[in-house]
Each structure stands twice: as structure tokens, then as C-alpha cells.
Design a protein around this ligand. Structure first.
Ligand code: IDP
Ligand code: MG
Length: 140
């Protein structure tokens, strides 16, 4: 069993897509372990996306991620990290496969509705960014 960190980004929350998106993950056998709705400050968004700090899209991305509330959740399942990445689809909704969340709901390469950790290492880092050990144990 693996755990991964998923966010429903501000464009998804804004368009009332929380339920639909969680349903897609659940229908694919992933279990919601912990979940919260929060609005990140610019500084918190910069910290979350620190690996992209030298990218040309970093400033715009962190403005967008801090522009409204998002939903962060820990999902668990067999090969959860890879599975979530497949269910989400490519970063650019235009390139995402039919039936993926980004193809269904993504607005553009930046406002692509969902985030999923890309490795075991980032999953662990991103889960602890949003959730304390206490919260994870309490949600079991
Ligand atoms: P990923 O979310 O598919 O792993 P990353 O390359 O890690 O994609 O980029 C993180 C996030 O930054 C993307 O989900 C998207 O919101 C944004 N992003 C990535 N590339 C671009 C770009 O070329 N223009 C604008 N935003 C981008
Ligand atoms: Mg990434």
C-alpha cells in the first residue's frame, strides 16, 4: 500500500468539482485517508512548489495556488502514486488522455484542476506539508 498527496486546486474548488473529482478517485479503488480545505498564503504556495522556484511559471503558479481555497487529501491504494498520476492525466489538459481528470476539467496548463505527488519522496514531503502525524493517526 502506498500513500500520495492530492490537491483539488482552486479552479476545481471554485467550479464545485470537489465531489466529482473525489468520486473518480474512489471509483478507481483509492481510499481517502485524510482531507482538508485550506487557502494557502503566497509564502506557503512558494514553499509547497519550491522545487519549481527556478521555472518561468513559478510566480504565476504560486499566485494561482494561493488565489482561493484548495482541497488537500491523502489517498491510499496499491501503487497509489502512479495510479493517481494516470487518473489525473498530463500536465497540459490539451495533451491529457480521454477520461482523465485534467482532460475532463482542466482549463489550461496552469489551471489544471488537480495535483498528485510524483514520487515516494515527494509524497512523503507533501503529505507532511499539509497533515501532521496526529491528524493522520486521528483519521484512521
Ligand atoms: P505536474 O503537476 O503534472 O506534476 P509540474 O511540471 O510538476 O506538473 O508542474 C507543477 C504545476 O505547475 C502544474 O501542475 C501546473 O499547474 C503548473 N505548470 C507546469 N508547467 C507549466 C507551464 O508551462 N505553464 C504554466 N503552468 C505550468
Ligand atoms: Mg509535479
Amino acid at each position: 500500500m502506498e500513500r500520495t498527496l492530492v490537491m483539488i486546486k482552486p479552479d476545481g474548488v471554485e467550479r464545485n468539482l470537489i465531489g466529482k473529482i473525489i468520486s473518480i478517485f474512489e471509483e478507481n479503488g483509492l481510499k481517502v485517508i485524510a482531507l482538508k480545505k485550506v487557502r494557502l498564503s503566497k509564502k506557503q504556495a512558494q514553499a509547497f512548489y519550491a522545487v519549481h522556484k527556478n521555472k518561468p511559471f513559478y510566480d504565476s503558479l504560486t499566485d494561482y495556488i494561493s488565489s482561493g481555497p484548495l482541497v488537500a487529501m491523502v489517498l491510499e491504494g496499491e501503487m497509489a502514486i502512479q495510479k493517481v498520476r494516470e487518473i489525473m492525466g498530463a500536465t497540459d489538459p490539451k495533451e491529457a488522455k480521454e477520461g482523465t481528470i485534467r482532460k475532463l476539467f482542466g482549463l489550461d496548463k496552469e489551471k489544471n484542476t488537480v495535483h498528485g505527488s510524483d514520487s515516494l519522496e515527494s509524497a512523503q514531503k507533501e503529505i507532511s506539508f499539509f497533515f501532521s502525524e496526529f491528524e493522520l493517526i486521528s483519521a484512521e
